[in-house]
Design a protein around this ligand. Structure first.
Ligand SMILES: Nc1nc2c(ncn2[C@@H]2O[C@H](COP(=O)(O)OP(=O)(O)OP(=O)(O)O)[C@@H](O)[C@H]2O)c(=O)[nH]1
Ligand SMILES: [Mg+2]
Length: 319
């Protein structure tokens, strides 16, 4: 396949050829020049997938839940792709191995695609790599693209922002919930999942989350009310209801006009990030390097302030 051109790859990926999809994700991730030519077609082909983010504390059962959800969505006739974001934690290897094992029952299903991503090897940051992989999977015609990530910090929250519908997974027991609330993860939930509902304390956790939601801003007419659902992903209990809630949220996004609003926000974030990246990249090009190094000297020796130097550099680069 080494000789396959990017546009041929895109054609095959759109026809559902799994190795081409995988190869295309790697190409787009590595950001090589010859992929630039297919980006317009790639982007134009997307916009149909329902992008679902799943986050929650380590070990809350996200991967098990995703495995179940994939099974449920498949039985409803959807093609499903999963991007499992590997947290940059020391447990990484184990987590990925575990995810592979959990997804094994879907390994032979051509309607399921699974990709693990780590910060290692993600040029330009993990968040960008995820966005681009999702673009490829969307263009390849998957009906649902699930992003699984550990809700550990701002980086993860940025990743989850890529999603149209966000699930936050909690488990019975106070500690985790308090942590999630502190980290600002709870606010981004469109659907709350209390997993491991076979454990004691489930009711209490459900009530805590519902209580927290009541303290939020008074909901406007027609606003989405995040449901709090119980699941046992170990045996599949509550998974059909969860799939229903996910499609109900998508339907609400469409009927309320919230979907185009979110798409606009996402587009703004992407373009802003890329403008920054492209600008910074210019500074290390031969044309930019000299001006850059001059500006650095001027700032270091306090002949000019950093903001003025940056403004002047931008002006120089865009003219
Ligand atoms: N009792 C119980 N255990 C569960 C349930 N769902 C998952 N588990 C167990 O919880 C452990 C962690 O599950 P994972 O699916 O790997 O959790 P995760 O959130 O993906 O973990 P990380 O990706 O490492 O953050 C495993 O031992 C699962 O078998 C459940 O509903 N009930
Ligand atoms: Mg996991």
């Amino acid at each position: 396949m080494a000789s396959t051109s990017p546009s041929e790859l895109l054609e095959r990926a759109r026809a559902g050829h799994v190795p081409s999809i995988a190869r295309l994700i790697s190409l787009v991730e590595s950001n090589v020049d010859d992929v630039t030519s297919i980006l317009p077609d790639l982007y134009a082909a997307g916009g149909h997938a329902h992008i679902v983010g799943i986050t929650g504390s380590p070990g809350s059962g996200k991967s098990t839940l995703v495995g179940r959800l994939v099974g449920e969505l498949r039985s409803r006739g959807s093609r499903v792709a999963v991007v499992a974001v590997d947290p940059s934690s020391p447990f990484t290897g184990g987590a990925i191995l575990g995810d592979r094992i959990r997804m094994q029952e879907h390994a032979l299903d051509p309607g399921v695609f699974v990709r693990s991503m780590s910060s290692r090897g993600a040029l330009g940051g993990l968040s960008r790599a995820v966005v681009e992989a999702v673009s490829v999977l969307d263009a390849a015609g998957y009906d649902v693209v699930i992003i699984e990530t550990v809700g550990a910090g701002q980086g993860e929250i940025d990743i989850v922002r890529t999603a149209q519908t966000t699930l936050v997974v909690s488990v019975p027991g106070m500690g985790d919930d308090v942590q999630a609330i502190k980290a600002g993860v709870m606010e981004i939930a469109d659907v709350h999942v209390v997993n491991k509902a076979d454990r004691p304390g489930t009711n209490k956790t459900v009530l805590e989350i519902k209580g927290m939601l009541r303290f939020g801003p008074h909901p406007e007419e027609g606003a989405w009310q995040a449901p709090v659902l119980e699941t046992i992903s170990a045996d599949g209990t509550g998974i059909p209801e969860l799939a229903d809630a996910i499609s109900a949220h998508r339907a609400w996004l469409e009927s309320s006009g919230e979907l185009p609003r979110r798409e606009r926000l996402a587009a703004a974030r992407r373009v802003t990030t890329l403008v920054q990246e492209l600008m910074v990249a210019q500074l290390t090009q031969p044309e930019g390097e000299e001006a850059f190094s001059r500006a650095i000297d001027d700032v270091a020796e306090r002949r000019i302030d950093p903001r003025t130097a940056a403004r002047e550099l931008i002006q120089e680069l865009v003219t």
